[in-house]
Design a protein around this ligand. Structure first.
Ligand SMILES: C[S@@+](CC[C@H](N)C(=O)[O-])C[C@H]1O[C@@H](n2cnc3c(N)ncnc32)[C@H](O)[C@@H]1O
Length: 390
């Protein structure tokens, strides 16, 4: 791991706990909120009000560039269409959509950043085409019954942190045309891979074994249970990778956002596995061209067609330049020596936390296995950890 770039998974909900009146609703404007009365939702939207978080996202060139290319290089999809931008932030995706020929864009955001988006859209002469609506997607009305295209950048750490995808599904079910509507992106996949990480694990986890001569095992357990958001080097990866979740955004439901998957990864060299690293891809396959020709609206290239490279894929894999999502690292309680060809298998179960659904509970079973024959495995060790992505 790159020691200097550690981001202990920062939870937008806990970004600020100052006592202040919120101007969002009349009731809170009348009565200043005590910090204890603020909901996690208040903290969440406050975290998106400052320009700093948007600066980081806009400067993530792979993120913003993939959205820009998938929109601007597919003007045939946008020409004359009505677009909904779910969580518009600074309005960047809405402005790309107008550049691509959209007739009208409805841009929704509940955080105060939308007040800046209004100035930005005015400054760029786009106010006639982009209508801004301040409020939660779940609570607002649109002036139209249907939209042709839904665009949104909803991904969080480990893909589903923040649970904003649920909001996108609400918008899809309420407004996206059921027969001709398209989404950008339209697919998302979550993967895991094993890494060697002796040094960094020692400084983050084993550190608690001896702090000025004292044992602090309770904090070691806490440190283990909290996945780290950090950049992992490609050379650290030592196993094959496995997909633990694949989401077709046009058809999934809220229930699909909690899942349990079986996984199996194979050691590609003799080495110690210290952690599983999670990363994700999102695909914009409506814009994908087959043999250079744009696909007809609403036809998509099959996910299983290896002859068709993904033209518009946003990836956070360790084998490409890091994005602001980095990767998410789950340390094993006991690092495990694997011989080349040996297997780590088990289950990866993810669900939104019951109390705060923007946070994630992730249970991982790690089973170190030797394959004796096609149908016989020998389990060499097994460990289970309930992780909390907070
Ligand atoms: C990751 S940012 C993306 C901003 C912008 N689309 C971009 O690409 O730069 C997500 C935005 O969605 C907004 N958001 C999240 N959940 C929302 C909801 N339920 N209703 C309205 N806005 C929401 C947040 O306030 C935030 O500004």
């Amino acid at each position: 791991m790159e020691k200097d770039s550690t981001t202990e998974c920062s939870n937008p909900d806990s970004a600020s706990s100052t006592t202040q009146a919120s101007a969002k609703t009349p009731s809170t404007a009348e009565k200043p909120l005590l910090s204890a009365e603020k909901t996690s939702s208040d903290y969440y939207f406050e975290s998106y009000s400052h320009f700093g978080i948007h600066e980081e996202m806009l400067k993530d060139a792979h993120r913003t560039g993939t959205y820009r290319d998938s929109i601007l290089q597919n003007k045939h999809l946008f020409q004359g269409k009505v677009v909904l931008d779910v969580g518009c932030g600074t309005g960047i995706l809405s402005m790309f959509a107008v550049q691509a020929g959209a007739a009208k864009v409805y841009a929704v955001d509940s955080s105060d950043i939308i007040d800046f988006a209004r100035s930005i859209i005015e400054e760029n002469g786009l106010s006639e085409k982009i209508e801004l609506i301040k409020g939660k997607v779940e609570e607002i009305d649109l002036p139209v019954e249907k939209v042709d295209i839904l665009i949104s950048e909803w991904m969080g750490y480990c893909l589903l942190y923040e649970n904003m995808l649920e909001t996108v599904l609400v918008a899809r079910d309420r407004w996206l045309d059921k027969t001709t509507g398209i989404m950008l992106p339209d697919w998302a996949s979550l993967y895991i891979v094993g890494i060697e990480d002796f040094e960094y694990r020692a400084s983050k986890i084993d550190f608690w074994d001896n702090v000025y001569g004292f044992k602090m095992s309770c904090l070691k357990r806490e440190a283990l249970a909290e996945p780290l958001v950090d950049v992992c080097d490609a050379e650290q990866t030592m196993t094959s990778s496995a997909c633990v979740c694949e989401l077709d955004l046009l058809s999934i439901t809220k229930e699909d956002l909690a899942f349990t998957s079986q996984y199996e990864i194979t050691a590609e060299r003799d080495d110690t596995i210290h952690a599983l690293v999670a990363f994700f891809d999102t695909d914009f396959s409506f814009g994908q061209k087959r043999s250079g020709n744009p696909l007809k609206t609403r036809s998509r290239i099959s996910r299983d067609d290896p002859t068709q490279p993904r033209q518009y894929r946003l990836t956070t894999s360790p084998w490409t330049k890091p994005t602001h999502w980095k990767q998410t690292v789950f340390y094993l309680p006991n690092p495990c020596d694997l011989k080349q060809g040996e297997i780590m298998q088990g289950t990866f179960a993810l669900k939104p936390n019951d109390k705060n659904p923007r946070e994630m509970d992730i249970d991982i079973v790690f089973r170190h296995t030797r394959r004796l024959s096609d149908d016989t495995d020998e389990t060499l060790s097994s460990q289970t950890v309930p992780y909390k992505l907070r």
